[in-house]
Design a protein around this ligand. Sequence first.
Ligand SMILES: O=P(O)(O)OC[C@H]1O[C@H](OP(=O)(O)OP(=O)(O)O)[C@H](O)[C@@H]1O
Ligand SMILES: Nc1nc2[nH]cnc2c(=O)[nH]1
Ligand SMILES: [Mg+2]
Length: 181
Amino acid sequence: MIKHHVDILIDENSLAACVKQLGDNISTYYATLQKNSTHPLILIGLLRGSYMFMADLSRKITCPHTIDFMTASSYGSATMSSGDVKILKDLEEDIAGKHVLIIEDIIDSGNTLSKVTQILSLRQPASIEICTLLDKPARRETEVRAKWSGFTIEDQFVVGYGIDYAEHYRHLPYIGIVVPE
Ligand SMILES: O=P(O)(O)OC[C@H]1O[C@H](OP(=O)(O)OP(=O)(O)O)[C@H](O)[C@@H]1O
Ligand SMILES: Nc1nc2[nH]cnc2c(=O)[nH]1
Ligand SMILES: [Mg+2]
């Protein structure tokens, strides 16, 4: 790690308000879908970055749902996507016939989500959508569409609320920016 400090970009209250709003919008959407079909809803969190967002968001989604996790990693300890996305841990659950909502902390190059959606679409889900807390469109290498997105951010390296810098800072209750000194 280079010498740096962390400045707050999105504070705890703004995160909570955003998560509540996302939860309301997602609940309305799937409540309507579930009225006309029997397909269950499953939230899939991408480890490790999404763990905190997933925990908070699932508590704000009022329609019945189950949860599962998978690990797809491309960064290691680097700050640039390698583009080589590997599935390190697969789902426990079968997603055939289910409405799948992928929960992600950040879309940067888009490589992770593009690979994950590709893999999951082959398993006959009823639908697949993406909810991301943060979106950094300036860095996109592969097109990815998130139906729900919390904040669009500039091209800055962020940490906190699940997101790490060389495995540090995941526990911060806010989103911060790493500022080199
Ligand atoms: O759009 P991309 O350029 O693919 O980047 C986004 C992904 O990178 C980070 O995960 P990482 O692979 O570092 O693992 P982690 O979730 O365990 O921190 C982040 O949590 C996203 O999953
Ligand atoms: N910590 C961190 N990991 C990322 N992975 C993809 N984008 C980012 C980012 O801005 N910060
Ligand atoms: Mg991740």
